[in-house]
Design a protein. Structure first.
Lengths: 621, 387
């Protein structure tokens, strides 16, 4: 049996780097990464059979439910190679699988020497996987191509082996075939990891340098920081220092995950484990930073540290204004665990007090919102997401706009918006539909390659704002769900952009303002005015609803005045009932928002703001 | 309340919870003989019912300080299904326990189907002096949607007989806004009513109540709910035609000739005291409202063991009384005294003066009186005042 009992396995801080293999698994969301990881935990016997549960490594409920890994983690797996009979330590570093978390993925990859490229052999490679594969190749990782789910009746291992071989430049026969579900081929995969992936190389005598590839807040222990030691040694006796900030921390605990935390004396070259310093906020222990020894610091940081930059902004408002303090508290708490989340108070005339929040992307936004609602029990309204604009007025003054209501009203010289490079993978029959969509969304074709006979990779540059709108939703519906999308920011470009305001009875409703391309302004205006006409109940006066660019009206609707609002009959037996109805309406009125003299039910705001949001949420799962 | 009740007076509402057939739009507390008992006739199920009412009237005597009864109203259900002598016994019981005012108004609701000249004479002989006839519509197809079985021509016959036997005060009940009713149908009904020698008209926009047959038909899509704007037009047509014919509006849905409003109903709107006898009947005395158990069998059981038939009561707080006052008095042509409203409420009225919903002349004399246009949005104005 190639498993090694933990007590007899090489111990942390005393393991020869030559015995260590650090690897990650690159896979699309439902291609079976968690199942394969579960299987590896079982075969190496670090988790006993009776303690096993599905998606063992995914800790948050939300991860398990949606099948997405948000936070990466590292597990130490002892393994005796079936090829040379030697003992090894395999560190499996789990990576997040979604485009919003590219930076976290890149740091996870930087902690490894090799990657298992896991592809569902009934579906083939997806765009996000491809993007991560390229990242891994840029990091000079050894790639082990693996076809998963070979037990499925629809499996086409030959076809996708061809595809993988073409992508990474190997022979189709080099692709391993496994089933995470049945366990077939998994032992061989572990042996191949040992055989193919190089051992880590570092200088044990040099000043300590360790890469932070994840940082997680735990309510009992404070921040738990996951590191990969590159040079030197970290031990419990040390004081450590963060390279980027120079801040010193006490080392309260060092250990490895196996797969529960196991304290150790320290971590040596090539080892992967965790540190606890008593820090309470993940922003003090950021992903990508270099940990060094305070007494004997390094003067050379590990490459690649950068601050995550929010790309998508949205206003979050409590449905019940009284819950504003709870929302603040919940955001503060969430930020302890999410260095990428930024927010500042916002006051909307229509929605009251809330926060303008910045996110890495749409999925990040949804996860934050869902966690706020689930963990803090808050009911929220979110405004339509927008990107960051750089606006220059005619005096040459430049400003950064993250909220349409801050868009200057005066003369504007230019507006620049973020541009992304998008990659779409899809069956070739959908090329036309995809190109049509990208053209409509102001895309520029960069190129197209056939991955196999009937699958293509299409590359476009697109304004991020177009993707933030309902691009993914549209892409999925036009390709019957077959297309996958990945994008990365590549810079900014000038765009012919205008702000469209929505006015109710000539009063601007800030929550509905949007920055859109001039050609789309009219359709946005018509969509919103039509929608509002249906959502706002008739009142005793006529309500004009207008969409405007500056002072120019581009679309108009109106809600006719109500003419009849009286119960014909009110006799003795009706009085109590009628009074109680009135009292109930008094409660209902608290949930009305006043825009000038117009009463707008909260439901109307929610309905007007959730533009096909529910559908796209489904599509993204 | 501003028009606070005179506690020496107590009006009576007498509920007759029986109908031969239930109409499709009706959600009143009424039962057909078959609903109460298999193979029963009206005589079976109503036997002894009058005795129960008489028993409750004596309870009213014990519970109230009032001595004078200004109005009595027999409603239902279908009071005209009861024998004249039976209604006469009820009046006699009230007279025995209280004294009837000299100008007492005694109204009965009547279904044209169940009336003959003889019966009308019988009712008149008991002291009943006001008749409220359920005409609803003159259009046969509208009556059919409402499930009413009478022949529209019978109305004129009944009105003639009523005059012959000595009724001076005759009211017709009309309903507009029934699915399928056109503006022309409604005008036909109004003309038919106005061609008769009557003193009073109640015209109600149909309310489709949950749980009725009509509500089920609407839900299934068998009939279409009429458009609110069209219903508003029908109200305006009624008000214009009735006023042209010499009827004055005195409540949102009620018009009368030569100052003969239904004083019993006015008592409800003015917050006066009344006792409702019979299953499901509501009562009000000095800020306390209560209502009886709904089912005739439960009612019978309570009265037979000399227990109160009350199901539930509420004692109105000052704020609730104020809200009711606004809600009710605003419906009357005499209006809501300005003094009932605080300064912020008066400011709200200001905006409705501007929009032509409130009579400026009356307001300057201290009363909030709605204009024709304002009456159509009375509930909205009330909401804005009290909510």
């Amino acid at each position: 049996m190639p498993a090694i009992p933990l007590a007899k396995a090489p111990q942390p801080s005393q393991t020869n780097p030559a015995q260590i293999r650090n690897f990650c698994i690159i896979a699309h969301i439902d291609h079976g990464k968690s199942t394969l990881a579960d299987r590896m935990l079982g075969i190496t016997e670090v988790v006993e059979q009776r303690n096993m549960r599905a998606q063992y490594l995914d800790r948050m409920d939300i991860e398990r439910e949606r099948g997405i890994t948000i936070k990466s983690q590292a597990v130490r797996l002892p393994w005796r190679s079936g090829i040379d009979g030697q003992e090894y330590i395999l560190n499996m570093i789990d990576t997040p699988g979604h485009v919003d978390f590219t930076y976290e993925v890149s740091r996870s990859l930087a902690a490894c020497e090799g990657a298992v490229l896991l592809v569902d052999c009934a579906q083939g490679i997806e765009a996000q996987t491809l993007a991560n594969l390229y990242l891994a190749m840029e990091n000079n990782l050894t790639i082990i191509p693996v076809l998963n789910k070979i037990d499925l009746p629809a499996a086409q291992p030959e076809k996708f082996a061809q595809e993988l071989a073409k992508l990474i430049g190997c022979e189709p026969e080099d692709c391993l075939r496994v089933s995470g579900k049945t366990g077939a081929g998994v032992e061989e995969l572990l042996d191949q990891i040992v055989k193919q992936i190089p051992a880590p190389v570092g200088d044990p005598q040099a000043p300590a340098r360790a890469l932070i590839f994840d940082s997680v807040y735990d309510s009992y222990r404070g921040v738990v920081t996951y590191v990969r030691v590159v040079d030197g040694h970290l031990s419990t006796r040390d004081q450590i220092q963060m390279f980027s900030t120079g801040v010193r921390h006490e080392m309260l605990e060092v250990g490895v995950i196996s797969p529960e935390p196991v304290p150790s004396k320290g971590l040596g070259v090539g080892e992967v484990g965790y540190l606890i310093t008593g820090v309470k906020d993940v922003r003090q222990s950021r992903v990508g930073d270099t940990v060094t020894n305070y007494q004997r610091p390094t003067d050379k940081a590990l490459a690649g540290y950068k601050d995550p930059r929010p790309m998508v902004f949205s206003g979050l408002f409590p449905l019940d204004g009284a819950e504003y303090p709870m929302l603040r508290e919940a955001l503060d708490k969430l930020q302890l665990n999410d260095a990428a989340l930024v927010y500042e108070p916002e006051n909307s005339a229509a929605l009251g007090f809330g926060f303008r929040c910045g996110f890495l992307g749409l999925l990040h936004m949804e996860i934050v919102r869902e966690r706020l609602e689930r963990e803090a029990g808050l009911a929220l309204i979110s405004t339509a997401p927008n990107v960051v604009y750089r606006v220059t007025d005619d005096t040459g003054k430049e400003m950064i706009v993250t909220n349409p209501s801050e868009f200057p009203d005066g003369k504007i010289m230019k507006v620049e918006e973020p541009i992304v490079r998008a990659t779409v993978l899809a069956p070739s029959e959908f090329i036309g539909a995809i190109m049509e969509l990208c053209q409509q969304r102001r895309g520029t074709l960069l190129g197209m390659d056939y991955l196999s006979e009937d699958r293509v990779e299409i590359r476009y540059t697109l304004p991020l704002a177009e993707i933030v709108f309902d691009f993914f939703d549209q892409l999925k519906s036009r390709t019957r769900g077959y297309a996958s999308l990945d994008y990365e920011p590549i810079g900014e470009a000038e765009g012919d952009l205008v702000k469209v305001d929505i006015l109710l009875q000539s009063e601007k409703v800030d929550a509905f303002s949007a920055i859109v391309h001039r050609e789309k302004a009219y359709s946005y205006g018509v969509m919103m005015t039509t929608k509002l006409r249906e959502l706002i109940p008739r009142q005793q006066f006529e309500i004009p609803i207008q969409a405007a660019i500056g002072s120019r009206i581009i679309a108009r609707e109106s809600i006719r005045a109500i003419r009849k609002d009286v119960l014909a009959k009110c006799y003795g037996g009706d009085i109590s009932r009628k009074r109680k109805l009135l009292e109930k309406q008094k409660e209902g009125k608290k949930r009305m928002k006043m825009v000038g003299r117009v009463e707008v039910p909260q439901e109307a705001f929610i309905a007007a703001l959730t533009t096909d949001d529910e559908k796209s949420k489904e599509a993204k799962k | 309340m501003a028009t606070s009740a005179d506690s020496s007076e107590l009006s009576f509402y007498i509920h007759i919870p029986y109908c031969i057939k239930r109409c499709g739009y009706c959600d009143f507390n009424t039962y057909t003989p078959l609903e109460l008992k298999d193979d029963a006739t009206l005589a079976d199920v109503s036997q002894g019912y009058i005795d129960l009412l008489i028993e409750e009237i004596s309870m009213a005597r014990a519970a109230s300080h009032a001595t004078i009864v200004p109005t009595i109203f027999f409603g239902g259900g279908t009071p005209s299904l009861m024998e004249p002598e039976d209604l006469g016994r009820v009046i006699a019981a009230i007279e025995k326990n209280f004294s009837l005012a000299d100008d007492v108004e005694i109204t009965m609701e009547a279904n044209p189907d169940s009336l003959t000249r003889e019966r009308l004479a019988g009712y008149r002989a008991t002291g009943i002096n006001r008749l409220s006839i359920g005409m609803q519509s003159a259009a046969t197809h509208v009556l059919k949607v409402l499930d009413r079985t009478h022949n529209p021509e019978n109305i004129s016959k009944v009105v003639t007989w009523a005059h012959e036997v000595g009724f001076d005060q005759i009211s017709l009940d009309l309903i507009y806004g029934t699915p399928g009713e056109t503006l022309a149908d409604w005008e036909l009904s109004l003309d038919a009513a106005l061609a008769l020698d009557i003193t009073h008209v109640s015209a109600y926009a149909l309310i489709i109540e949950n749980g009725t047959k009509l509500a089920a038909q609407v839900k299934r899509g068998d009939v279409l709910i009429p458009d609110d704007d069209e219903t508003a037009d029908k109200y305006l047509l009624a008000d214009n035609k009735l006023r042209a014919a010499g009827f004055d509006w005195y409540e949102v849905s009620n018009w009368s000739k030569s100052d003969s409003p239904c004083r019993h109903n006015v008592a409800y709107w003015q917050g006066k005291n009344w006792w409702g006898a019979g299953p499901g009947a509501h009562s009000h005395i000095d800020g306390r409202r209560w209502w009886n158990v709904k089912h005739p069998t439960v009612y019978r059981e309570r009265i037979e063991r000399s227990a109160s038939p009350m199901q539930e009561e509420e004692i109105l707080s000052e704020a609730e009384r104020n809200r009711e006052e606004i809600m009710l008095l605003i419906r009357l042509a005499t209006g809501l005294p300005r003094s009932v409203l605080d300064s912020s409420q008066q400011q709200v009225v200001g905006s409705y003066l501007g929009s032509g919903d409130v009579e400026p002349a009356a307001w300057s004399q201290g009363a909030l009186v709605l204009t024709q246009q304002g009456r159509l949005i009375a509930d909205r104005i009330v909401r804005e005042l009290v909510v």
